[in-house]
Ligand binder design. Structure first.
Ligand code: 13P
Length: 247
């Protein structure tokens, strides 16, 4: 049985004080212990949030990193630096990074390799554009991203997040059937690249306008193993409701 992973991607929101107050509120709530809960605050809040969550089961991830260990890369942060402060997961290849920061499949692949090398668990984001879905080539697009992401990578502890670009921050959610169909497709492609046994173990999340009101419908789909939540993770009540979707 795969354990569900429900993650909050705070994106570029919350300074240190705001981050700590959100985390304290979240900590005070009763959270479903059948799922793993993860939050990904902005870089400047990571250290304080990790310290605040020392005795909590809530896990912490970063939203991005460089693939090099150190060097002349102004403004970047390395996997080793994240690992050093206790970061456990790192989001790689989010569509906003692909779209606004020219992150290519090649770079995504290098980042996955670097994350694994330094003991971080990558959450690899993939998803099609609206145009691709309208043309009926969404599966080709996702297969292409997957194949390139996994190039040269052995079976490892990875998480995938299917985030159709047209559903991110738009209030438009993929239907639970669309999301389930694509996550099942992703699992089949992983089975083709690796083995079915491995594919059955990989956690595949859905992301894109997940809220308290649609969480249960999405998270009860057989192939969906969690959610990567943007906007709705900025509110402790709302995020807790998503985490407690079954109750
Ligand atoms: P929203 O939940 O705000 O649509 O964002 C989804 C997302 O991009 C999570 O990484």
């Amino acid at each position: 049985m795969r354990k569900k992973l429900i993650a909050g991607n705070w994106k570029m929101n919350n300074d240190v004080e705001e981050s700590l107050s959100l985390v304290k509120e979240l900590k005070s709530k009763e959270l479903n212990d059948k799922v793993d809960v993860l939050i990904c605050p902005p870089l400047t809040s990571l250290y304080s949030v990790i310290s605040e969550l020392k005795d909590s089961s809530i896990k912490v991830g970063a939203q991005n990193m460089h693939y090099e260990e150190r060097g002349a890369f102004t403004g970047e942060v390395s996997p080793i630096m994240l690992k050093n402060i206790g970061v456990e997961y790192v989001i790689v290849g989010h569509s906003e990074r692909r779209q606004y920061f020219n992150e290519t499949d090649f770079v995504v692949n290098k980042k996955i390799k670097a994350a694994l090398e330094y003991g971080l668990k990558p959450i690899i984001c993939l998803g099609e554009t609206l145009e691709e879905r309208e043309k009926g080539i969404e599966k080709d697009s996702v297969r292409n991203q997957l194949t390139k992401a996994f190039d040269g990578i052995k079976e490892s502890q990875i998480v995938l997040a299917y985030e159709p670009i047209w559903a991110i921050g738009t209030g438009k959610t993929a239907t639970s059937q669309q999301a389930n169909e694509m996550t099942a497709f992703i699992r089949n492609v992983i089975a083709e690249i690796y083995r079915e046994e491995f594919a059955n173990k990989v956690v595949i999340q859905y992301g894109g306008s997940v809220k308290a009101t649609n969480a249960s419908e999405i998270l009860n789909q057989p192939s969906i193993d969690g959610a990567l939540v943007g906007g709705a993770s900025l509110n402790a009540d709302e995020f807790a409701k998503i985490v407690n979707f079954g109750n």
